[in-house]
Design a protein around this ligand. Structure first.
Ligand code: 6R9
Length: 691
């Protein structure tokens, strides 16, 4: 464990703490948290770049990448126009198809790609391949929770299932532009449901199966979903998750909005409650639907999906992606970054409830005619060898997962890996958080036998697709480095004044111009979209992350610089967790900070002040954790509750989170200047009161 724990650099931290302390108002508001480096990523001198024998099928070497990248940013309309010719357009877009405003000083932010074009994402994922003779190739390889339960679905079979559901949606009043909420376990029906929506121009909103009924209700309400697609339940290891019961509870809070709930009867979880007139069985309703459904051709900028993600402040935001640009980036990044080709067996371990499951489990692989593994269960069930058993069983060529899982599997021991044949593996990928070099090396040497390049892909829900990433075999790769921008992406490193920094150094990571899969807005709140992403640094899209850039021009992502915490690669806003905690009748105030965690990357540490007359007891700690579980979901439950009869506040009443982070990290010797505290004694009281 020791080797996995964090090494921090005081230098980087003080740079950015200074940055936010000295910054102008808008930045100060948004970027409150000083950059925290964790798990060594980017916090050390680069380790030697690692070469592998892998040869990319499209790119010879770094200089070819350089030339193509240059062209992609000098002539984006031309470059993406060429890339777009790999896909079917029912109506061709204009030659000069791109227009945008990226600068709030010039008015409303907007981004338009492939203007004048009409296409359909599902057509491009399915029909296009069937027409070119790939109909009988596997599209989805489903591996159930229990070893030995599995299902292969060919492109034709997925197409038929998608059409049946699309027809059912139409028969139930869903038309172009309507929102459909999807709350399903990792069954093939989940990507099928997404594709069915896209086929008819409906806008899907997938809600991660780990979200609670309250979280589900607020998402259903925000996107105004008319239909919810769910299942009786799903299995995670030995545990049954009663999804339908959670839907029932959630919908009780938003009555009148949802007219139909389509329930997939999962044989593993047969029972559920029933509301006549609203609930119908998937298996009964779809059997009678035609396996053909005409495609709804939509404009390039037609909304494709909303996906909720956490920010620094307030409730989760509905990130909106549109059709043409998202399709282009999903398809192109998957083609280049995983060198993915028709017939490849590719496995992304993400859940479709997160962006990675949208772009790199569903759309990206299917756009490229590959077979995408859909795994229902838990990576350590029934034992720590499950991931490698699946790799061996399906002969997985590209494996894409998160550092948190890699760290958990390291702890289980190498014997679980080496027991299985991994000779099919050619490319390994990671996503979600910075990967520490030790985890990187284990992934490279133990899992990939030193043979497979690792792509450490940096991107966000908002970016839709990879924006900074290695390309496998195209250049030697230093461990823990996201490397270079993908085609068409122009990252910049800014100082606190929003000035572009040149050469090596560190700063805030932003992007200078639109790329095809940028989010277009936050659903129903364009003003918040502008304030969150375009106000902090005028003229740029701000990622919320810090970065270091080395003298080779490579980017090393150092982590969030705002109040977003990355727990096991899941984004959680401290404000959301605080709001949930203060729902407890006994809680007067809550302040949540991130702490380093050897497996999860970061964990949640909550300081709680109780109201008069309430007692600080262990039972109450449990109640507080439970309230977060019920308002958000179990994955957001605080790891530590620290009783705080007083919180360190400035004289104007602001909580000094910097101090709380130091105490949580047991670094009180580095508290820094506490002279602005209204009552410096609370610091000693907190230290004395450590749980
Ligand atoms: C795809 C996804 C986005 C945040 C992002 C950053 C962190 C993702 C990373 C990474 C370092 C990588 N992040 N990939 N940090 N290296 N390769 O994870 O989307 O859930 O929206 O999270 O995740 O902090 O800002 P999302």
């Amino acid at each position: 464990h020791c080797a996995l724990s964090a090494h921090r650099t005081a230098g980087t931290r003080s740079f950015l703490s200074r940055a936010w302390e000295l910054s102008e108002q808008p930045l100060k508001k948004l970027v409150r948290r000083p950059l925290r480096l964790r798990l060594e990523a980017g916090a050390h001198e680069p380790m030697e770049p690692v070469s592998t024998p892998y040869q990319h099928s499209l790119l010879k070497d770094r200089s070819q990448y350089d030339a193509e990248w240059r062209r992609s940013v000098e002539d984006p309309a031309g470059f993406w126009g060429d890339m777009a010719s790999n896909y079917h357009w029912e109506q061709q877009f204009e030659t000069n198809h791109q227009s945008e405003n990226f600068d709030v000083r010039k008015g409303k932010i907007f981004q338009k790609w492939f203007r004048g074009g009409k296409t359909n994402l599902t057509y491009n994922c399915l029909d296009r391949h069937i027409e070119r003779g790939l109909g009988d190739s596997p599209a989805l390889l489903w591996e159930g929770n229990e070893p030995g339960t599995d299902k292969v679905l060919t492109y034709k079979q997925v197409h038929a299932a998608v059409c049946q559901l699309a027809n059912w949606l139409k028969a139930n009043g869903i038309t172009k532009g309507d929102a459909v909420a999807i709350y399903l376990p990792m069954l093939p029906e989940l990507p099928i449901a997404m594709l069915a929506c896209a086929r008819i121009g409906a806008v899907h909103s997938v809600i991660f199966g780990g979200f609670s009924s309250d979280a589900l209700a607020s998402r259903v309400k925000n996107c105004e979903a008319k239909v919810v697609i769910t299942a009786t339940g799903g299995m995670r290891g030995k545990k049954a998750i009663p999804l339908k019961r959670i839907v029932d509870k959630g919908l009780a809070k938003v009555s009148g909005l949802v007219s139909k709930v389509l329930v997939y009867k999962n044989p593993d979880v047969p029972e559920c409650d029933w509301t006549d007139g609203r609930d119908v069985w998937w298996q009964d309703e779809l059997a009678s639907q035609s396996t053909d459904c005409a495609v709804e051709w939509v404009e390039s900028e037609h909304p494709l999906f909303t996906l909720y993600t956490s920010g620094s402040t307030g409730q989760p935001k509905g990130v909106l992606h549109t059709t043409g640009g998202y399709m282009l980036m999903a398809g192109t990044t998957t083609r280049y970054v995983f060198d993915l080709q028709p017939g490849d067996v590719y496995w992304c371990t993400a859940d479709c409830g997160w962006i990675t499951g949208h772009t790199y489990l569903t759309y990206g692989p299917l756009l490229n005619g590959a077979a995408s593994v859909v795994f229902e269960g838990q990576p350590t069930y029934p034992d720590a060898g499950r991931v490698w058993a699946i790799v061996q069983k399906y002969k997985v060529k590209q494996l894409y997962t998160a550092p948190t899982l890699i760290r958990a599997l390291i702890n289980a021991g190498d014997q679980w890996v080496t027991k299985y044949d991994r000779s099919s593996l050619a490319i390994l990928g990671t996503v979600g958080e910075p990967i520490n070099p030790i985890a990187w090396q284990w992934y490279h040497e133990v899992v990939g036998e030193g043979r497979c390049p690792i792509v450490d892909t940096y991107w966000q829900t908002e970016t839709g697709a990879h924006i900074i990433t290695p390309l496998p075999g195209v250049w030697p790769q230093p461990p823990g480095c996201a490397s270079l921008p993908f085609f068409g992406v122009q990252p910049v490193m800014l100082n606190e004044k929003g000035e572009e920094l040149q050469g090596a150094g560190e700063g805030f990571l932003a992007v200078k111009a639109s790329w095809p899969s940028t989010l277009r807005t936050l659903f129903g709140d364009h003003a918040r979209y502008e304030t969150t992403y375009f106000q902090p640094f005028k003229g740029y899209y701000f990622t919320g992350d810090g970065t270091r850039r080395d003298k080779e021009g490579r980017y090393w992502i150092t982590g969030r610089v705002d109040d977003v915490i990355n727990v096991s690669g899941h984004r959680i806003g401290t404000a959301e967790v605080e709001a949930a905690l203060t729902e407890h009748p006994g809680c007067s105030e809550a302040a949540v900070v991130g702490i380093e965690h050897a497996v999860k990357g970061q964990g949640l540490y909550a300081y709680i002040t109780l109201k008069e007359g309430h007692e600080y007891t262990d039972a109450l700690k449990k109640e507080l954790v439970n309230i977060v579980r019920s308002q958000i979901g179990a994955f957001a439950a605080p790891d530590v509750i620290h009783w705080a009869p007083g919180l360190p506040k400035t004289r104007s009443g602001k909580i000094m989170r910097r101090v709380l982070r130091k105490i949580a990290a047991k670094e009180e010797s580095e508290l820094g200047d506490t002279s602005t505290l209204a009552d410096p004694a609370v610091v000693d009281a907190l230290i004395a009161n450590r749980p």
